[in-house]
Structures are given as C-alpha cells and as structure tokens.
Design a protein around this ligand. Sequence first.
Ligand code: SF4
Ligand code: FE2
Length: 635
Amino acid sequence: MTMNHSIDPAVAALLPLAKKEGIATVWDRYKAMQPQCGFGQLGVCCRICWKGPCRIDPFGDGPQRGICGADADTIVARNVIRMIASGAASHSEHGRHVALALLGVAEGKLPDYRIRDEEKLRAVAAKLGLETDGKEIPAIAREVALATLGDFQNQDHDTPCTWLASTLTEKRLERLAGLHALPHNIDAVVTQILARTHVGCDADPANLILGGVKGALADYDGMCLATELSDVLFGTPRPAVTAANLGVLKEDAVNIAVHGHNPLLSEVVCDLALLMDDEARRAGAAGGINIVGICCTGNEVMVRHGIPLATNYLSQEMALVTGAVDAMVVDVQCIMPSVSEIGACFHTEIITTMDDNRIPGATHVRFRETTAAENAREIVSLAIAAFRRRNPQRVVIPDFRQTAVVGFGTEAIVGALAALNADDPLKPLIDSIANGSIRGIALFAGCNNTRTTQDSSFVTMAKKLARNNVLLLATGCGAGSFAKHGLMTQEATEEHAGDSLKGVLTAVGTAAGLGGPLPLVLHMGSCVDNSRAVEVAVAVANRLGVDLDQLPLVASAPEAMSEKAVAIGTWSVALGIPTHLGTMPQVTGSPAVTELLTETAKDLLGGYFMVELDPDKAADRLLAVIDERRQGLGI
Ligand code: SF4
Ligand code: FE2
C-alpha cells in the first residue's frame, strides 16, 4: 500500500512519533487488515442466521444462493438496509435525548439547562403548526417537545412523522407518499427494518430497498429534530472566527477534548470549564482550561460557540499522540475504541459518559441531564488532576492551525442575505443562481475513511467546484477537513472561488459586515445538521415553485464510512439530490441493488447515487449534473 495516509500536516508530523513510541494507529490497523474480505466488500456475505455465514460467489462458479435460498440481491439489500436502520437509530436516539431534555427543561426538572434561543423555539413551534399566541416559553417548549416525541410514538401509519411533514416540499411529500416511503414513527420504522430482514422474511430486493428509503427518511426526521431542538437549548449558530487543527491545543493549559456527537454533555462541560478556570491555574496551567472539539461534538460547539476544532474522525488518535490532551471526554458515535489504549500510553484520562457507550480501560462518569453540572465538574476535575501528571517532555503539539470562519446555519445564511435584501432575503441567492453567478450548490458531508487519503478528496473536489462557481456547504467531518485545510476563510474565497462566485460571496459578506467575502465553504455544523442544508434547499424550491429534484443541488460524501452515512446518503437520494460517494459502497455484489440505487432511483425519486473514487472526475460529474439541472429549469 503506497497511498498516503492523510494530507493533514499535523498527522504527518505525529505519525513518526507514534511509530517511535510503538503506538498503533488506525492506519497501522488498516494495513494489518489487508487484504480485506472480498465478499464483505461486495456485500454478499450474510451472517443473519447460524446456518451461515453464507457468501455468494461473485464469479459464478460457486454458490449463487445462501443455505436458506437467499441470492446476492436479497443478501446485499438486507445488509444495506440494516446499515440504514443503525444509522437512523443513532441519529434518532441522539434526537430523542435532546427532545427529552427540552421536555425536562420545560417542566423545570433540569436546572443545568435552559432555553437559550426563545426566538428559535417560537419559530420551531410555528413550523410544527403549534399555536403559541399568549403562551409562556415553558408551555411552548413542552408542546414542541411532546409533538416531537410523537414522532417516536405515533401508531397511525397514515400520518407521517411531524418533522418530516413540516420541513419538506409538498411535491416531495406527495411523491414519497406515492411510494409508501413516508415514515410514521422513527422507532417503528427501525424495528420494521430489523424484522423484515430476519431470516425467512422479505426477500424482494426492490421492496427491501424501499423499506430502507423509509428508514432513511426516519433518519432525516431524527436529525432534523435533533438539530432544531439543540438550537433551542444551546443557541442557533452564528458566524464566528475560530481555528482548526491540532495547533489549537495549548502547552500551558488543561486541554479537554470533547469528542462524539451529542451537545447535551459538551455544552455543560464548556460551562463548567469557565467556572473552573481558576482551579486549573492553581494547578499550574497558566493558560487555564482549553476546550477543543473532535468530530461532531466538536462541530456542535464550534458552530455555536466558536470552540476550536482539534481534528476530525480519522486523526482522533493523533490528538492523544501530542501528549497534550489531559482528558478526552466522549459521548456517542465515531469514537475509536483504541483511544483508551493510546490514552494509557500517556497521562490522558479517557472519559466515557453514556451508559450504553463504554470503552474498556476508560474512566466512566455516568452522565445524567438531572446531574449534568455535577458530572461535568467531576470530568473537569479529572482533567485538572491529569494535567498535574502530564509529562512536559512528551508534549509535541504540531504548529498547524488554520483560521476558520464558521457558524452558517440557515438563519445565519438568510441573515447574511438579508443584508442585501431585507424584504426578500432569498432573492439575491435565487437571482445569483438564475443568472449563473452561482452555478449550483454542493453539500459536502460524511466521514473520513482509511480507504482514501484523509481529507484529500474533500479538498480537491471543493477547490475544483469553487473554481467553477459552485457554492459549497459542509457538515460533519467533511466540514472538519475544510476547516483544517484553511478553506473556511475569506482568503480561500479570494484564492479559489471562480470570479462570479467570488462576486456573490463578497457582496453578501461585505453587506453582512464581515469586511470581505463569506468563507469559501460554509460550515453548517455536525452530521445531524445536514438537515440545515435541506432547510435552505426547501426554502429555495418553495420560492421557485419547484421540487428539490429540480434544483442544481448535489451532495457528496467523498470518504463515506459509517452506517449513519449510508442513512444520510439514502435520504439525500430520496429527497431528489444526486449524491456522490467517493468510497465503494458494499453493494456491488448485487447488480439489481446497484441499479436500483444508481439508476432506478432517478425515475422514482429524482435523486440517485453516483460512485466515483477519483475526486477530480467526481467534481466533473457533479458539474455535469448541475448543468443538467440548470437546463431542466431553463436557466
Ligand atoms: Fe445463509 Fe440465509 Fe442464514 Fe443468511 S439467512 S446466513 S444466506 S442461511
Ligand atoms: Fe458526525
């Protein structure tokens, strides 16, 4: 394997150190795993029952059916929709957690939380069709929370989930209803996927995939409610200038890395860190407490509070190799189990916080919303105690950090546009799309994956699309890539944007008081915040009187990896968005499923998957799709 591990200079600086210390990283384990199982890569390995495992011979000489009679199409379809179910469960469980917290706040049961954005609460209530006139904030919050929890409880199959029904275009809802793909209850739909994929159940690949589409739309519902209610509780993102990459760690501070996905914990850790700064100084940390983010917990606190981002998924271990992280506090999702072993090579406390997400070797602080401040105090105290044990001789903080202008949720984008046209904020955006100044919009999302050089495809594709005047949005570890590589700056706009895009970004940024253009890539937040991009797209579509599958809008996950990414990619397709994958999905062992996802989906949904591993060619294909859509609109 000659491929480079990463284009991140901080990773390049630390890998030799890891090697010298005998620390195995994700890239070492990837190498040790080669060659990887070909059946698994094609998706034709089934382990759904104990007659198996069975695998279909892709060359046709060996078995073409599993012991029960399932063929490659059935096996692949079952495998992929189980991934969707897991992704939907993950996002929605996070969402449920936030909704229950909102209910707790509304009922006065959670003193460590409050509603920080009342305006957003009212806007959300209005969006859900709830009457708010004359009602106090707690009463509105309670109604919003209960309406949201209804999306986990409704048993009427003919009534789709509330969030989904209130946030998509009418035409999209009709189209999805026609396919019987609208979820009525997130939990039920996840359960149905597990039930229909049990041995001896649904064997029809098309029917299975449609069930997966429904599961993916449940995923959309869960992330939409997670995003919006988090804004209510913790504040709606606003543009802020911050920094990214491991150079944000400080030698003279107690460094606490918050890692995972759910803001319920990290928000309170941030609050407590402020209160306990003096304690850190008394322990000898002249710089006090320095909170940094990793993965989507990092994105959540970055877009809301301008907390710097240390790194994204694939390089999470590298943060520990600096020897400067005193505590890594994790909640849920995308936390490598290896972190406890690496933390043990240093003084670093790895602190798990969720009872159903524990790692052997880590310290577990049982986090409860009812005792959040007390739990956060214990966590920060552990970090300060660890700082006292830190060996300064082993601290190597690579001097790489990039400025990042972040915090572009829907409200911030509309707010910036309103500086150009207060009465009709969307008009400048729509005019720019119509006159070609903005050729199209691309949303970059998703993970990092060892199968590609970390961050490389993100950066290559973004630069090419920007040069061709495509407006760029980003979330999750994709956003992390851009932040680390300096593409969320005004300078990047000057350097990489095509002339007409630069003109628009400059006009909007200047009018909005940024003293120059908007950054080249707009950071919308974490993975669940992909719903923000849908919100913008739906507003534009409604304004134009068209559906989402007519917009010159594309999505890309160049390093897709997780089950959550499979779910997001699938709802993106279901919403009518051409969706690029830069890593090979584990479905190609079934020509029928591959055709369904890349071809048939186009007729049924308007969106479809495009797989292209070469980032340069992928950008060309996305440009071609954008132009096709423009032609369709007659612009
Ligand atoms: Fe094999 Fe069928 Fe069991 Fe899968 S469900 S392991 S294909 S017998
Ligand atoms: Fe994420």
